[in-house]
Structure formats: C-alpha cells, structure tokens
Design a protein around this ligand. Sequence first.
Ligand code: NAD
Length: 482
Amino acid sequence: MQVRQYRMLIGGTFRDARGGKTLDAVNPATGEVFAQFPRGGSEDVDDAVTVASAAFPTWWAAAPLERAAALESLASVITEHAEEFAMLDVIDNGSPLREMRKDAHNAARLLRYFAGVVFEQRGDTIPGLPGRLNYTLRHPFGVVGRIIPFNHPLMFAAGKIGAPLIAGNAVVLKPSEHTSVSALRLGELAAEIFPPGVLNVVTGLGSDVGDALVTHPAVRRIAFTGSAQIGRSIQARAASEVVKTVTLELGGKNPVVVFPDADLDRAVEGAVRGMNFTWQGQSCGSTSRLLVHRSLHDEFVERLSRAVGALRTGPPTSEGTDVGSIVHRAQFDKVMSYLKVAAEEGLHLVVGGRAPDDPELTGGLFVLPTVYDDVPSSSRLMREEIFGPVLVVVPFDDYGDAIRIANDVAYGLTASVFTRDLSTALAFARDVEAGYVWVNDVSAHFLATGFGGLKDSGVGREESLDEVLSYTQSKNVNVLFD
Ligand code: NAD
C-alpha cells in the first residue's frame, strides 16, 4: 500500500514540522500504516500564531458577506469531496462508511449555518442619560486555538472553525494525533479559499502542539473538544502565561430514562441509537446509562438484547457494516479493561462483552456491542466514561429514584426521557443535570440549538449563535453628544 505524506498548512503554504519528525496514520481496522504527517512542536505553533496574527486584521476588516462566502465555498468543496473525506475518515478512524459520509455532509451544513448568521453578531444600545449614547461593539479575539478529538475528524475540523472564522478571528486548528489526515486534506482545499494565515492546521501530540497553543500568549481564546481530564488541565494551563477565555466540550455518561408509559418500540430503538454503537460508542453524546422502570425491565432488556445482537460488526469500509473498529490501540485497551472490571465486579452480561471471532476482523480493534444489566451505582461502569460500545442498564422504582440515579455522576452533557406524560417529561427536563435534553428522542443535533454540557461536561454552547458570539468580546462605548 502506498503511504501518502501529508503536510501542515501554515501561512498558506504546506510544510513539514521544523523538527522534521512525523507520525504514522494507522488504519485501526487492519493495523496498516496508510499515511504519514508532521509531528509538529512549539516552534511550528509559534510560526502558525505569527502568521495568524498578521492575517487577522485584514480578515476582520473584510465585508461580512466576504467571510460568509468563504465559509460557503468551503462547504461546497466539502460536499464535492464528501466521498473522499468519508473514506479518509473511515480508514483513519475505523467508524463505518455510512456514518462518516453523514459527517462530511454535517460539516458542510455547519459551515453554511455559520455563514448565514454573519449579520447576527449585533451589539446593543443601552438607555441612559439624555445627551449620551451608549452602545456595544463586538470585537474578535484575534487568534483562536481550536483543539479537537478523534471521533468525528472532518466534521469537527470543518464544523468547529466556522464560528471563530465568521466572527473575524484567524484560527490555528490542532486535530487529534490519531485522526489528522482529513484535517490536513481540508487544509489543502481551504488554502485555495482563505487568505494565507487565516486558517492554519498544525498536527502533532497534545502534549506538544496542544499545550503550546494553550499556553501561547498571543492566543487569547482556546476552544477545546475532548476528554474532561484534558479539559481540566487545559483550563489550568491556559492561565499560566496570560488571561484567556476557554470553552470546553467534554465527555458524558448520559442517561436515557424509560418511564412505564413510554412507547416501547420507540424507546428500544432510542436506547440503541442513542448509544451510538455505529461509532463504536465513541461519542460524547452516547446514552451509555439506560434507566428502565422496574415494571418494564425484563421485557425491555430482552428486546434490547435482540436489537443490539442484530447489529453487524464488520469492516468499516463495507456499506452494510453497523459497527466498525475502535480508533486506536490505547482506546481499545481501555474498553477491554472495562470488560475486565465488569467480570471482576460480577456484572450480568446480556450481550457482547468480547472481541468478535470473525477471522476477517482479526487484524483490527473490534469490540462487539455490549450490554450489562442490573449494574449498581457503585460500579465503575456506571460512573466513568468508557467511550466504547458498552451500555449499562439499571432498573428504577419511581420518578425520584430515576432523577437521583440520572444525576449521580460528575458529567452533565445530555439526557433523554421516554414518556407519554407531559408532566413527567417537563419535570425531567427541569430536574436532570444535562445541557441538552431530548423527550422521546435521542442524540440528534439541530442546527442553531446550543449544544454543550453542565458540570464536568464543559463550559459554553456550540452549533448556535452562542458559539459565534463566544468568539467575540463586548466593548462598551459611551458618547456625550450635546
Ligand atoms: P483527548 O482529550 O484525549 O484529546 C482531545 C484533543 O486534545 C486531541 O487533539 C489531543 O491531542 C489534545 N490534547 C491532549 N493532551 C493535551 C494537552 N495537554 N494540551 C492540549 N491539548 C491536548 O480526547 P479524545 O480521546 O481525542 O476524544 C474523546 C473525548 O472527547 C471523550 O471524552 C469525549 O466525550 C469527548 N468529546 C466531547 C464532545 C462534546 O461535544 N462534548 C464531542 C466529541 C468528543
């Protein structure tokens, strides 16, 4: 197999790392190295921040529609290259083709949405003394550092640069070292659209490139999507040189709660879909805790077991595959370690719980979709984000019990409730500690509705006007005019 070499985009040119080091891009479904890309360091971040700082004033001064047109052009280019991007992400990340194809189109939709709100970045006029005018202006930060995780490589690379760019900032994007190729390919296409330095893509390890970006004194705004553990360290590190604004989209241990009056077909379908087995459970929004009312429990678990058992684990490149490969070896080992903990804790395994024995899959990092039942609150599987295809089920007795269990974790990203009772639904939406709540549905994201977490799941809201405004700072002006 031909190993393609990718380069970073810095100041409109394609570059290796100054230190000359590279990283391998590995196909997790086969173990093959299919590409190499730069292992950048702090000196490369410094170069990127310098060119971004130089590009910022002109980009900010551009007519709003010019910035919007650039985002729309990028969206069109992504749509034209959707199949190529989908296949790149499949090979790099291990998720099935069907899902990665959706990611490419979602990336384009996000960019189009942000292009469309360019004129919504408004200020206020504030009533005050006669003869005075008081108003606010919105001011971009200058250079924004955007750090993203491995689970939706292109969708995040493209979708998460839209808001800072439309607000007039220049961006330094740092993709995951495990899935960098689609971001670098995006850089190749974006170089034809954006003025040099407006968008830069720097690859490498989080502890090198990521940390250099987080601590760089000229980057006043950091937006991070990733684990809570790294998010917390970023919050601390960001303050080490200068004061910064940091937003965090972190992990989840999201509950899906099924009340006795729920539509069972819908709830079973929701419990399976919400778990995002189709990304091997590697989703911040995975509903990885299923709380079922005791009166439904036995029937529900039986139906769930059949639905989960019917998912096809297979080569991610195949159209018919539902569940692909875990993204990289360390993540695979982490998932397997939780299966070991489950065995040690004596948890009741309903389905899965092991790697598949299909000989076609032996070279890859596959884990069968897994369900454990009757899992106690004390279990690590109830409290920790596994980020793998592992769903835990717990019965509950009444509303108070359900809310107590649902809120009994450090995370607070999403929650879903299945009920036909309006009061139960509205009370749940009020009482559950989560930043996004679905009633009789799961998982789906809707453009313009702010996504983000409470508690250890993060700070800030994205995919909405809130996200755009978060890349601006408000400036107050007081004018004495007579
Ligand atoms: P991760 O935290 O290990 O890495 C995320 C990014 O941070 C990578 O680019 C990595 O290189 C970088 N990084 C690592 N150490 C760093 C450091 N010290 N300084 C700066 N950057 C550093 O996460 P992951 O394994 O790539 O992704 C999985 C996590 O992401 C899960 O916890 C998941 O829930 C979360 N996630 C959250 C959302 C959301 O919207 N809330 C979306 C997707 C994923």
